[in-house]
Design a protein around this ligand. Structure first.
Ligand SMILES: NC(=O)c1ccc[n+]([C@@H]2O[C@H](COP(=O)([O-])OP(=O)(O)OC[C@H]3O[C@@H](n4cnc5c(N)ncnc54)[C@H](O)[C@@H]3O)[C@@H](O)[C@H]2O)c1
Ligand SMILES: O=C(O)C[C@H](O)C(=O)O
Length: 351
């Protein structure tokens, strides 16, 4: 059972207990942790706020957006879970929202419409992310930054360069959130072979756009008896579906945005792991796009061990089969170009 499912069950049990005792209260041994969500009134931001309010690891939840957060905060704050919630709206309140944060989650920015690539969002989202990261560098330079805003392949290097220019960059504390790719790969793979999805592990490495998303099905693991062996064609189809998962949702939403609910779930899983790492919980790891020497690309998503100082160890890729090796070469070339684009924007503002 993953930690968020466990946390949700725990939160529901706590809720039932608290209702039964009419708020009599109970002693809890919780490390005080503040989480800020930037873009909290958006499609991802709202369900993510709900899920972080359910996390047993969050004691203080700051919900920031350019508008709309007082309502989201008032709503979420009525949930009888431990986090104290406060809404912040508009740039004047951004620093206050960020101060003291242990983890900052950033789903601010515009989503895709059908026919667009994630890179088409660069022109708008690059500046949004840069502005928010500057504020993080000033108000909470030690926080773990979880970047969701697309194109992640460029917004993460933008964040790194921005923090470097401010003299506060710590590569261990900057993460591009690629968890949704793993969530999708696990779901699709479990369905395809007919096993319990909770028993499935599929590594997904590289970046977060098209062919930079590289699921390693040769390393997939599961428990229980699979109902089916997959052919090379079926693995190929699963790979493509994982790479196009975001587009599948964009098309289905037909102009009303991209993945929000599954992303909120994935973002909450990742942030929850960051908090457990900060709290020193042993064996906490996630896949994430970080500054990396695993390949020639300076930012790359692979398995990362999380601890009190953030990304404490970046693990290698393991053995790849021939097709995956070819996929890796393609991914590195495209990802490197997106990283360079982000670095250039951060240095000279060129779009
Ligand atoms: N990493 C991933 O796997 C993943 C998955 C899904 C979506 N995304 C990306 O997440 C982003 C948000 O998607 P969404 O569906 O929630 O969009 P949305 O439009 O519903 O919400 C975005 C929110 O950001 C806010 N915002 C805009 N500028 C801001 C600023 N300067 N400061 C604070 N908030 C600001 C908006 O007011 C809005 O509430 C998009 O870029 C999307 O592509 C990434
Ligand atoms: O596809 C998108 O534009 C949103 C997100 O990156 C996703 O993978 O769902």
């Amino acid at each position: 059972m993953n930690s968020l499912v466990r946390a949700s069950k725990q939160a529901l049990q706590n809720a039932a207990r608290s209702y039964a005792s009419r708020g009599a209260g109970g002693e809890r041994d919780v490390v005080p942790r503040k989480v800020a969500i930037l873009g909290a009134a958006g499609g991802i931001g709202q369900p993510l706020s709900l899920l972080m309010k359910m996390s047993p690891h969050v004691t203080n939840l700051a919900l920031y957006d350019i508008a709309g957060t007082p309502g989201v905060a008032a709503d979420v704050s009525h949930m009888n879970t431990i986090a104290k919630v406060k809404g912040f709206a508009g740039e004047d309140q951004l620093h206050e929202a960020l101060e003291g944060s242990d983890v900052v989650i950033i789903p601010a920015g515009v989503p895709r419409k059908p026919g667009m690539t994630r890179d088409d969002l660069f022109k708008i989202n690059a500046s949004i992310v840069q502005g928010l990261i500057k504020a993080c560098g000033e108000a909470c330079p030690k926080a773990l930054l979880n970047i969701i805003s697309n194109p992640v392949n460029s917004t993460v290097p933008i964040a790194a360069e921005t923090l470097k220019a401010m003299g506060v960059y710590d590569p261990k504390r900057l993460f591009g959130v690629t968890t949704l790719d793993l969530v999708r790969a696990r779901t699709f793979y479990a369905d395809a072979i007919g096993v319990d999805v909770n028993s499935v592990d599929v590594p997904v490495v590289g970046g977060h756009a098209g062919t930079t998303i590289l699921p390693l099905f040769s390393q997939a693991r599961h428990q229980g008896q699979a109902q089916k062996e997959l052919s090379a064609e079926e693995i190929d189809a699963l790979t493509k579906r994982t790479q196009d998962g975001g587009t599948e949702v964009v098309q289905a939403k037909a102009g009303k945005g991209s993945a929000t609910l599954s992303m909120a779930y994935a973002g909450a899983l990742f942030a929850d792991s960051c908090l457990r790492g900060l709290n020193g919980t042993a064996q906490t790891s996630e896949y994430s796009m970080v500054q990396s020497e695993v390949t020639s690309c300076p930012f790359f998503a692979s398995k990362v061990r999380l601890g009190p100082s953030g990304a404490e160890e970046i693990l290698g890729l393991g053995e790849l089969n021939e097709l995956e090796q070819k996929g890796l070469d393609v991914a590195i070339a495209e990802l490197t170009a997106s990283v360079e684009k982000g670095v250039k924007f951060a240095k000279d503002g060129s779009l």
